[in-house]
Design a protein around this ligand. Structure first.
Ligand SMILES: Nc1ncnc2c1ncn2[C@@H]1O[C@H](COP(=O)(O)OP(=O)(O)OP(=O)(O)O)[C@@H](O)[C@H]1O
Length: 281
């Protein structure tokens, strides 16, 4: 039994082996490098021979069969429905040699995961509120168009020259849409972090909850554990982060520990008033 499972994972790894730099996909996109290997897709940074621009080409993982293709098709449909300068722009969907691909514009920038865990960036309250306001503008647009992103995590939010961009609409759904059969469940909040949960409901509140976790990731970047606190001592984020009262309340509402916001516009109103607070650290 063990041997069979070893063989099948070996076969899957072989099928999903990324193509080399210089490979031309869809007769048009020249691969520069692989930039992402998620559970259902492989993402390449490519140069579009037609336009000379950089593009991201996501390939459905061959080992995941028709299911991965259907997920990628959904992602393509959602990108088409959400044209926005801060989201990847849909270019085309194509197939070749039994594989399915989604070509979209390549967004330059660093993810917050890279900035916090790779480059040791630290974010204080004021900065956290500024970034969250920008992210919320993108989410309000998504909600107004009738969709929820459902995967707002630090590896999916990019920043370039102080501007925020959002990628990975692979789990997005229409508001109220039930999850398709065997839809993937995200078990961790990031590669770093452990906010595990069940299937997400396609509701605005799911994105707001994710924004609450996103803010905590930013704020924890500046957290220094107290010297005398032993490793066994479990403290809540409220105790550890010592936030100003207003910001703590905001996050508690996002995490539904207090009366939740009625929607993203309601949350934006609160964030705007918070931005003027001089008390923020
Ligand atoms: N349009 C894009 N522009 C720039 N980089 C991108 C783009 N799309 C994806 N990437 C890069 O590829 C990585 C993986 O992409 P994405 O998150 O969409 O794939 P995924 O298969 O859903 O991965 P995961 O399962 O980790 O969410 C991203 O973290 C990012 O670095």
């Amino acid at each position: 039994m063990r041997f069979i499972s070893f063989l099948s994972s070996f076969y899957a790894a072989w099928r999903d082996y990324p193509v080399a730099a210089g490979t031309v996909l869809g007769n048009r996109y020249v691969v520069q490098e692989i930039v992402g290997q998620g559970s259902y897709g492989l993402t390449y940074k490519c140069v579009d021979r037609a336009s000379g621009s950089l593009v991201a080409v996501k390939q459905a993982r061959p080992s995941k069969g028709p299911y991965a293709k259907r997920l990628l098709e959904r992602e393509a449909m959602i990108l088409k429905a959400l044209p926005h300068p801060r989201f990847p722009a849909f270019i085309e969907w194509f197939t070749g040699k039994g594989n399915a691909y989604l070509a979209m514009s390549f967004l330059q920038g660093d993810t917050f995961e890279d900035l916090i865990f790779g480059l040791d960036y630290k974010y204080g309250e004021r900065e956290c509120v500024r970034i969250t306001r920008q992210l919320l503008e993108l989410i309000m647009y998504t909600h107004e168009k009738g969709y929820v992103h459902l995967d707002l995590r630090i590896p999916n939010v990019l920043v370039k020259d102080g501007e925020i961009y959002l990628i990975d609409f692979g789990l997005a759904r229409k508001i109220g849409e039930p999850a398709p059969d065997h839809f993937p469940v995200r078990n961790g909040f990031g590669r770093h972090g452990t906010a595990s949960r069940q299937f997400k409901a396609a509701e605005v509140s799911s994105d707001l909850l994710d924004i609450g976790h996103f803010m905590l990731f930013l704020l924890y970047s500046a957290y220094e554990p107290e010297k005398n606190s032993g490793p066994s001592e479990e403290r809540s984020w409220q105790d550890e982060l010592a936030l100003s009262g207003e910001l703590k309340t905001v996050i508690e509402r996002l995490l539904e520990l207090r009366e939740p916001y009625s929607g993203s516009a309601d949350f934006m109103k609160e964030l705007e008033s918070l931005s003027h607070l001089t008390k923020l650290q």
